[in-house]
Design a protein around this ligand. Structure first.
Ligand SMILES: Nc1ncnc2c1ncn2[C@@H]1O[C@H](COP(=O)(O)OP(=O)(O)O)[C@@H](O)[C@H]1O
Ligand SMILES: [Mg+2]
Length: 359
């Protein structure tokens, strides 16, 4: 798939701007605070229905404006979609080919983002890695996002009920209804994460091996709050979740928190047998992240027969020359890529790479 055009109206610092990106590589350069990241954010927003950096939707609306409109044309081999977002404070609307559509319809529009904040993936809290599991890994299965949203909804409601039970405003038996749903959606989320990781990790390992010229062996392992053996079925995970959850129920009521489940899980990443978060240098962290991002592109292609759009915000020219050219080799003429940099010297263009905005 590729983005054939983007129009931004009152999005961040853009009043009215249109671009027709190049189908392969687009380099967006300029001094700081010009709106380079804002442009990537607009593309990401169009395809995902959320920003990767704004806490609230209203942050993307240009100051002194009431409404942002984003219009993006996305071409697949056989079809073109016009995606339009109308964003107002507390209200946003998606139209696809002029028809109001739920956001979940965008689940099959692929976008992979690599930005400096992604380095927290290695050294940051488990929450950062769960974000990676939910937003990057999960969508490699077409049903993941829906299951994850269902689980998140049940979790919120169950936590509210735990508080009501602790405050004696509700009876403990009421948990049963939510518990069944918690285990069902939770088992599904864990099962799907494990399934995707089983395919993704070998690809990431191979790419990492290549990027480090055979020096480093990347390993990744799912760390669950439940005791899980390899090869479990979804049903088996359900029963393990059920049994373990019952044992911590009184503590859950005390703390008003659901203590077990996919929202407490983590991913362990190691290089040559040592946890990446304890020793990884900045360069190594960047390479691990890059391997993971590139493996997403490849797996998406395997699963859906197409490449997602790749957004590289201030990360390409921070890589050494070797990794830069390996990355460009992988994406050139295959993956539509948007690269931002504030470095003045995009001196020697890698061969075959067109200039800014593909022209
Ligand atoms: N809601 C908004 N309305 C208008 N301008 C904004 C808004 N949010 C951010 N900006 C402006 O956008 C600029 C930052 O753009 P950004 O894309 O991050 O720059 P860079 O080119 O360095 O990536 C800043 O000048 C900031 O003031
Ligand atoms: Mg920027």
């Amino acid at each position: 798939m590729r983005v054939a055009s983007v129009t931004l109206r009152n999005f961040r610092n853009y009043k009215e701007e249109s671009m027709k990106p190049h189908p392969s590589i687009n380099i967006i350069t300029g001094p700081n605070a010009q709106g380079k990241t804002n442009l990537l954010e607009a593309i990401f927003y169009s395809l995902r229905g959320r920003s990767f950096r704004a806490e609230r939707d209203k942050d993307v609306i240009c100051w002194q404006s009431e409404q942002t409109v984003l219009q993006t044309e996305v071409e697949f081999a056989s079809r073109t979609f016009v995606i339009q977002w109308k964003i107002r404070e507390g209200n946003k609307k998606l139209l696809v080919n002029g028809v109001e559509t739920p956001r979940s319809e965008l689940d099959h529009f692929g976008v992979v983002l690599f930005c400096p904040e992604d380095l927290h993936l290695i050294k940051g809290s488990p929450q950062e890695r769960r974000h990676f599991l939910d937003y990057d890994v999960g969508p490699l299965n077409p049903t993941y996002s829906r299951s994850w949203r269902q689980y998140a909804r049940v979790l919120t409601q169950r936590n509210t009920l735990l508080k009501e039970i602790r405050d004696r405003r509700a009876a403990q038996e009421m948990l049963e209804v939510w518990d069944e749903q918690l285990y069902r959606h939770g088992a599904r989320v864990i099962f799907l994460r494990l399934q995707v990781l089983k395919k993704l990790i070998p690809v990431a390992r191979r790419i990492h091996h290549e990027l480090t010229r055979g020096d480093e062996k990347l390993q990744a392992k799912y760390l669950s709050s439940l005791v899980l053996e390899p090869g479990l079925t979804e049903d088996q995970i359900y029963h393990i979740f059920d049994a373990a959850s019952k044992k911590v129920r009184s503590m859950e009521i005390q703390r008003c928190q659901t203590l077990l489940g996919p929202h407490r899980d983590d991913l362990s990443l190691s290089i040559n047998g040592i946890e990446a978060k304890t020793f990884g240098s900045q360069g190594q962290q960047r390479t691990v992240t890059l391997s993971l991002k590139l493996s997403q592109l490849e797996l998406w292609n395997k699963e859906y027969g197409d490449y997602p759009v790749l957004l590289l915000d201030d990360v390409l020219f921070e890589l050494d020359r070797n990794r830069q050219s390996m990355l460009l080799d992988k994406v050139l003429n295959r993956v539509q890529t948007f690269i931002t940099t504030s470095l003045r010297a995009v001196s020697k263009k890698p061969s075959g790479v067109p200039g800014p905005f593909g022209r």
